[in-house]
Design a protein around this ligand. Structure first.
Ligand SMILES: [Zn+2]
Length: 104
């Protein structure tokens, strides 16, 4: 982990990034929430209730989706129009291109 990243993300900082993008399937606008804590990031599959509420308050659509890739159902960022979701392995594509909020 490089020094710049450490400085920007102190270990005790709890944040959420919300990136506005378009659905890959139907091109409708959608928001993607990513949790940031302790210098690492995670998708909605690891969100706490607090994080889920925060994301929803910012207009992010989250829903439990079944992923064939991992053969599991998990909470994911979804397109509000067609229900297409961002898989856990693709969340990092949206890292650091949105707006970052502090979570108390
Ligand atoms: Zn869509």
């Amino acid at each position: 982990m490089d020094k710049t990243f450490d400085q920007q993300h102190p270990p005790d900082l709890h944040q959420m990034e919300i990136t506005e993008d378009q659905c890959r399937d139907c091109n409708a606008p959608m928001k993607i929430a990513i949790g940031l804590m302790g210098g690492s990031f995670y998708g909605p599959e690891r969100f706490t209730d607090q994080e889920i509420q925060f994301a929803k308050s910012k207009g992010v659509c989250l829903e439990n989706k079944f992923s064939k890739t991992v053969d599991k159902t998990y909470l994911a960022n979804i397109c509000p129009k067609c229900g297409s979701f961002i898989g856990a392995f693709f969340v990092h594509d949206y890292l650091y291109c949105g707006k970052i909020y502090d979570i108390a």
